[in-house]
Design a binder for this molecule. Structure first.
Ligand SMILES: [Zn+2]
Length: 193
């Protein structure tokens, strides 16, 4: 967190009541994730939670909610999160869903044996970007497919395959039954009248 960010957060806080400080004081000096709690700065007026200045393992300071720290919702000054976001930003987050390509890659990494997967795609940190570079974005109504099942998953042996459009002449069992029933009814009506 930059000093500016800390100052900006600090401005939004109101003084903490002694009772509130007392209830949290045992956490000072303790370490949660990458953060060591140094001192309390104030209370958030709406969330009613105490904000603490913490020192992160990376050397930076952070001003964060003590309850978020205790519940491990906040585990660093933001440096850990940043390294994750900078890599691609296509995983799911609070604000959006993961991209289609990312979901495919995650499933592939879980499912495919390591020996059958392109070495560039395996790496947890850089694998997704290599995958995206090789395969490109998934076109609409397409799915990921390995062309030759006996060969590994790699750029040359995988593609986005268009889904088959539903064949209108192929009726489901229920549709067939309905059609027969209607035909029968029509015939009977014709006989009766
Ligand atoms: Zn940090």
């Amino acid at each position: 967190m930059t000093e500016d960010t800390i100052a900006r957060i600090e401005k939004t806080l109101i003084p903490s009541t002694p009772k509130k400080v007392e209830s949290q004081v045992q956490h000072i000096g303790k370490k949660f994730g990458h953060l060591t709690v140094l001192e309390f700065v104030g209370t958030h007026p709406k969330r009613k939670t105490i904000f603490a200045k913490c020192k992160c393992d990376c050397g930076d300071m952070a001003l964060v909610s003590i309850s978020d720290v205790k519940r491990h919702h906040t585990t660093s000054c933001g440096c850990r999160m940043q390294s994750r976001i900078i890599i691609h930003g296509e995983a799911s987050s609070l604000k959006r869903r993961a991209t289609n390509e990312y979901v495919v890659w995650v499933r592939l990494r879980k499912r495919a044996p390591r020996s059958e997967m392109c070495e560039k795609w395996i790496n947890k940190k850089t694998g997704y970007l290599s995958f995206l570079e090789d395969m490109g974005r998934r076109p609409d109504r397409c799915f990921f497919e390995r062309i030759d099942q006996s060969k590994p998953y790699n750029k040359g042996n995988c593609h986005w395959k268009p889904m088959k459009p539903k064949n209108p002449t192929r009726l489901t069992k229920l549709e067939k039954l309905k059609a027969e029933y209607t035909e029968f009814n029509e015939r009977t009506e014709w006989v009766v009248s």
